[in-house]
Design a protein around this ligand. Structure first.
Ligand SMILES: *Cc1c(COP(=O)(O)O)cnc(C)c1O
Length: 425
């Protein structure tokens, strides 16, 4: 198998003789056919081909193929955002009357999706701490559980998921493990190698890496045997009346069923497609992912080490930092580095955090994370400002906590900026 760096640069698109080196942007909503018979075959899924960009577009497919290769998966699709990727991936196997087991350390949007929005659609969810005991994990399963969901490195908690343990538990109950791999990216962790069945991404973060385009991706490992658990997954193992009675798991097999259903049925009916220009820019960014990630990790680790020994700092969370609660798991799953995001609190409390934010010069105040320019957020004064201190503590965010996303700038300049801001406290 080619190494990741080569896949980042050349995966997905292999131009033939006298063809463009860059992936073409197919800026077209529709495709023209000579006969209705030909088009009919596409609609019947008898032949593969393009007809309408809400379902599939060649530019998006080339980039999805690259991401599938990067993750070591069998098939992939792009979506308009990371939230769309998580929603489509979950809804592809679980809906009304079904149940999900999810790690409680996940992105806030995904937590809301599972706890509230999909709840209104008749789905229930049990949340477990990523470091729960085996007994607690086991007790979370119900007869109607359809999948287990977690994040490799949780945003913003920076907890690391024990992928192998969660995969084994899911498989023992005949359901797939879905992992949101946004923070480490396949440059640092490939969850499929540890037993994950479906991997999702907010490509908005490191994959795009420049705070330019929203996007998402779903990758299927192609290993989960839907037919072996046919009664649990009727959507994949019985005829889809909305698609001429096709049974996805029979017709498209292990490697094609999940993504074909999510495309032919969910993308058709819900429509959160990525546009081909966004996919083009995503592809350009992916070409440097394996070069960018080590610098994000170098800056993140150097920052964590600097902060850890600083007298005005009360705590530092960074899974790559020796002594961190998740250091051992990070070493196992991400031996080459974790990500560029560090969170920390101040001995001077909330007021110190506020003073710190005011004094930063290089780091920019933004709700974003994981792009080239270092950015910083004080959740108690931004994303979580409607909460009082007790409510903040309850969701694991202390009033003095600041989240710093280390970009690609020179390490010494970033540390100097943080040092001068600390000096003003
Ligand atoms: C940002 C993020 C999402 C949501 O992605 P969008 O592209 O903003 O919709 C999902 N999961 C994780 C881990 C994220 O960081």
């Amino acid at each position: 198998m080619t190494e990741l760096g080569t896949t980042c640069v050349q995966g997905g698109y292999h131009p033939g003789d006298a063809e463009p080196r860059q992936i073409p942007i197919y800026q077209s909503t529709t495709w023209k056919y000579d006969t209705s018979e030909h088009m009919g075959k596409l609609f019947d899924l008898e032949e593969s081909g393009y007809f309408y960009s809400r379902l599939q577009n060649p530019t998006c497919d080339l980039v999805a193929a690259k991401i599938a290769e990067m993750e070591g998966g069998a098939a992939a699709m792009l979506t308009s955002s990371g939230m769309a990727a998580n929603f489509l991936a979950i809804f592809n196997v679980a809906g009304m009357g079904d149940h999900v087991v999810a790690s409680s350390a996940i992105y806030g949007g995904t937590y809301n999706l599972l706890a509230h929005t999909m709840g209104r659609m008749g789905l229930s969810c049990t949340f477990v701490a990523p470091d729960c005991t085996d007994e607690e994990l086991e007790a979370a399963f119900q007869p109607n559980t359809k999948l287990v969901f977690g994040e490799t490195i949780a945003n913003p908690a920076l907890a690391v998921l024990d992928i192998e343990r969660f995969a084994n538990a899911a498989h023992a109950h005949g359901v797939p493990l879905m992992v949101d791999n946004t923070f480490p990216t396949p440059a640092n962790c490939r969850p499929i190698e540890w037993g994950a069945d479906i991997v999702t991404h907010s490509t908005t973060k490191y994959m795009d890496g420049h705070a330019a385009y929203l996007g998402g991706a779903i990758v299927d490992a192609g290993k989960f045997d839907w037919m072996a658990h046919a009664d649990k997954f009727p959507g994949l193992t019985t005829p889809d009346e909305s698609y001429h009675g096709v049974t996805y798991a029979e017709k498209f097999g292990l490697e094609g069923a999940f993504i074909t259903k999510a495309t032919a049925q969910l993308m058709r009916d819900l429509g959160p497609m990525q546009n081909p220009q966004a996919a083009f820019f995503l592809n350009s960014s992916l070409e440097s992912l394996h070069v960018r990630m080590p610098q994000h990790c170098k800056n993140g680790l150097a920052m964590a080490e600097f902060l850890k020994s600083h007298p005005k700092i009360r705590f530092v969370s960074y899974p790559g930092l020796e002594g961190d609660k998740y250091y051992d798991l990070a070493k196992k799953y991400m031996p080459n580095g974790t990500c560029g995001v560090v969170s920390f609190g101040f001995t001077g409390g909330r007021a110190a955090a506020e003073q710190f934010m005011k004094s930063l010069k290089l780091a920019q105040i933004a709700t974003h994370v994981a792009d080239a320019r270092t950015c910083c957020l004080h959740p108690a004064n931004a994303t979580h400002r409607q909460m009082n201190d007790a409510e903040l503590e309850a969701c694991g965010i202390s009033p003095d906590m600041v989240r710093l996303s280390c970009g690609l700038e020179a390490t010494d300049d970033l540390i100097a900026d943080v040092a001068q801001a600390l000096d003003t406290i």
